[in-house]
Design a protein around this ligand. Structure first.
Ligand code: ZN
Ligand code: ZN
Length: 362
């Protein structure tokens, strides 16, 4: 299987456009045209992981964290990133990162954590805005159905569990073809009036390019008249963190966390509610979501990478639980594995056996 087929599959699931502005998801090292012999899935892409890929005959490493992050000024053997890249290139190994776009999808990193903690009725802690768009386009009635099929095929018209959603209204369109035009209806320099259908179709920003391509490929007009509107409502598909319901005693929750995530240590703030009913989670560094976790009414917020002063932001309104970055995201590789296993049949998939956590506990 070619690398670009695998990437296409991954990016349909977690569109790169969903990644945070500071992120660098995508193909870090490699050739889109290469044939993939096997794929190794890891949280981080360390030298040990590259060695593991070589020993397992995998020429693709998919990691959650990007090996190239925040700029790189040299690729040489004095730094681990340079050594990883050099080793990958000299062994024809491709490295792909699926980072905050995977954190931010509905069925992503935070859903995986929510499932492990048996949370019910989950929703985003902080939904994103600006991903809802509407296409408005005018077309003769006879061309409408074929055109709509193609627009739906491009991914438009999907709202939650409903597909092929559109609004249609009849009206009168006017135009006068000028010199050098090539009108499908009417003739040059003659004013035309015709009945048209106005179509309004919702689409997600992640499919915008395909929708615009479909308009230029399948609209019958020489110069199709269309508008794209941005709707500033919450996205259903993309957001940060997750919150859900689970009734459990606080002490039992800590034991369960320790057991599932194999935490070397758990740091937490004052216990606000002994009886936990609502739990907020965020894989990786989630301190930026403390306010949203409080606002959601969660009793606890499980994430990692709190600095000393961040813990004060619990403000006696929530219990912050820091379980460690690696610990919180270690099951991300299972998430990627399960997805590829279900969606790509002809590829040898391996889960990395390396514990890439750079932190040791005493
Ligand atoms: Zn993450
Ligand atoms: Zn992370």
């Amino acid at each position: 299987m070619k690398l670009n087929k695998i990437i296409e599959c991954l990016e349909k699931w977690a569109p790169p456009i969903y990644q945070e502005s500071y992120d660098n998801s995508g193909l870090m090292v490699g050739d889109y045209e290469s044939q993939i012999s096997g794929c190794l899935i890891s949280l981080d892409c360390t030298e040990k992981v590259v060695n593991e890929a070589i020993s397992k005959n995998c020429n693709l490493i998919i990691s959650h964290h990007p090996i190239i992050f925040g700029g790189i000024s040299s690729i040489n053997s004095s730094h681990w990133v340079g050594r990883v890249i050099q080793k990958a290139i000299s062994n024809n190994i491709n490295i792909y990162a699926i980072h905050t776009n995977l954190d931010n999808i509905k069925e992503g990193v935070n859903k995986k954590i929510s499932d492990l903690l048996k949370l019910k009725n989950t929703s985003f802690l902080l939904p994103k805005y600006g991903f809802n768009k509407k296409l408005e386009v005018y077309i003769p009635e006879k061309d409408k159905d074929h055109f709509l099929d193609k627009i739906f095929e491009a991914g438009a018209g999907q709202i939650g569990n409903y597909r092929e959603c559109s609004f249609q209204g009849k009206g009168i369109g006017t135009f006068t073809p000028q010199e050098n035009s090539n009108p499908s209806i009417g003739s040059n320099n003659t004013k035309e009036e015709l009945e048209e259908i106005k179509l309004e179709i919702y689409f997600d920003k992640s499919v915008e390019k395909k929708v615009v391509e479909a308009i230029s490929n399948y609209h019958p007009y020489d110069e199709p008249n269309y508008f794209i509107h941005e709707n500033k409502i919450q996205s259903r598909e993309v957001g940060s963190g997750m919150v859900g319901n689970r009734k459990i005693d606080f002490d039992d929750l800590l034991k369960e966390i320790k057991n599932i995530f194999k935490c070397g240590s758990i740091k937490y703030t004052q216990v606000v509610n002994k009886k936990v009913e609502k739990i907020a989670v965020c894989g990786g560094s989630g301190s930026f979501l403390t306010k949203e976790a409080i606002r959601s009414g969660a009793d606890v917020f499980i994430t990692s990478d709190f600095k000393y002063h961040d813990f004060f932001e619990a403000n006696n309104q929530i219990t912050l639980i820091d379980i460690g970055h690696y610990e919180s995201e270690q099951f991300t590789k299972d998430l990627i594995f399960e997805f590829l296993n279900k969606n790509l049949v002809n590829i040898a998939l391996h889960l990395s056996n390396e514990n890439t956590n750079p932190i040791k506990y005493f």
